[in-house]
Design a protein around this ligand. Structure first.
Ligand code: KG4
Ligand code: ZN
Length: 359
């Protein structure tokens, strides 16, 4: 099997060719970071137009890099939800056109399922790791979503949400704090770099929702406290204070994510934790989760760096099972801004006491 994946849900135009065992044959990502940077966030209209410009060149690139003709593919997997409607439409229309021209099957993929399965991708030349076994608990932390899932298999129906954020996603909190500190967009990787040489204990900040028993997250309080700190002290005047502030913020986010993810795994009686989404590229999250999980006898499996942030390899992989079964959504794929994963936590009105670990 060889699947062409296409991803245009937000600010990356990506295509990839992935083999049946998860080996990435070729992949290409065109990032729109520079385009959106002056605005401090993604501008949907600009995103759609840029996808339109780049979707065909990016698809062409993956075939050229693999030295394969388009007719070599078994089928196409394309992100159809969740995401920006205009952006999603560009990828879906390109995929439909190609599937029609090549007379190949096509399946629509939920972007979040792509993130959850990215851990199974094999990049030639990258260090090999033992893939996780089902069922596992996954912490998905990206720019738009932050949630904990029980993943019993690669199909949508096999994924259960254990808890999610009531307000900001973890990546969103990084980006907003990056903006507040005047660091540029996206804030996550910049804060990650600065925090490396900072002291996380130098500046006092509260811990976000560390209430025992709840698997829900809330990062808006921490964000407000960062704003309060800046209002009281002004923007950090020297590099070391900036590093300390980034380190303190990052430690609060990272340790909260790890603590809840490990509680979820223990609550489910599962010994494997998978990290997924753009925030899983965070150095401190990768290091500290491994340490803290080991103390509790839990194994952490993290995707390779470039499989954490948005890419089309994970979309191709997520479409594999259905294409292998001979399924074909043909021209019926529709886009949606919402995920198709079951959601137990609603933004702004969490389940409060209900999403308890005690089951
Ligand atoms: O998964 P992703 O590429 O896109 C979404 O589906 O949202 O995640 C992007 C998010 C951004 O908020 C970005 O700041 C964050 O992931 N991110 C990081 C790091 N690299 C990317 N956050 C913290 N540390 C990083 N190293
Ligand atoms: Zn994503």
């Amino acid at each position: 099997m060889l699947v062409l994946g296409i991803e245009t849900s937000c600010d990356e135009t990506a295509a990839a060719l992935v083999a049946g065992d998860g080996t990435v044959v070729s992949d290409a990502v065109h990032s729109q970071i520079k385009l959106h940077a002056p605005y401090g966030g993604v501008v949907p209209e600009l995103a759609s137009r840029d996808h339109l410009r780049n979707v065909r060149p990016v698809i062409r690139q993956v075939f050229e890099r693999a030295a394969l003709p388009p007719s070599a593919i078994t089928g196409i997997a394309v992100t159809c939800r969740p995401g920006l409607t205009g952006a999603l439409l560009v990828g879906v229309q390109a995929a439909k056109g190609l599937a029609f021209a090549l007379d190949k099957p096509i399946v629509g993929v939920d972007h979040l399922v792509g993130h959850l399965l990215a851990v199974f991708l094999k990049f030639p030349g990258a260090p090999e790791q033992v893939p996780p076994e089902y069922p596992f608990v996954a912490l998905l932390a990206s720019g738009g979503h932050t949630a904990l899932y029980r993943v019993a298999g690669p199909e949508l129906a096999q994924v259960t949400e254990l808890g999610a954020t009531r307000d900001d996603a973890a990546g969103e909190a990084f980006d907003k704090v990056g903006k507040l500190l005047g660091l540029g967009y996206p804030g996550g990787p910049i804060i990650d770099k600065l925090a490396k040489d900072g002291n996380p204990d130098k500046i006092e900040l509260p811990w976000p929702m560390r209430r025992k028993g709840s698997l829900e997250f809330s990062f808006s309080g921490l964000k407000s406290n960062m704003l309060r700190w800046v209002s009281e002290h002004g923007l950090p005047g020297d590099d070391q204070t900036l590093r300390d502030l980034c380190a303190a913020f990052q430690r609060r986010v990272v340790d909260t994510l790890i603590w809840k993810a490990l509680e979820a795994a223990e609550g489910e009686g599962i010994r494997t934790l998978v990290l997924a989404g753009g925030v899983a590229a965070n150095r401190e999250l990768r290091e500290r989760s491994a340490e803290q999980a080991q103390q509790r006898g839990i194994r952490v499996v993290v995707p390779p760096f470039k499989a954490c942030t948005d890419n089309a390899s994970m979309i191709a992989y997520a479409g594999l099972t259905r294409l292998a079964r001979g399924e074909n959504d043909a021209q019926s794929i529709e886009t949606s801004p919402h995920t198709s994963l079951p959601q137990s936590t609603k933004k702004g009105r969490g389940k409060r006491g209900e999403a308890l670990i005690a089951r």
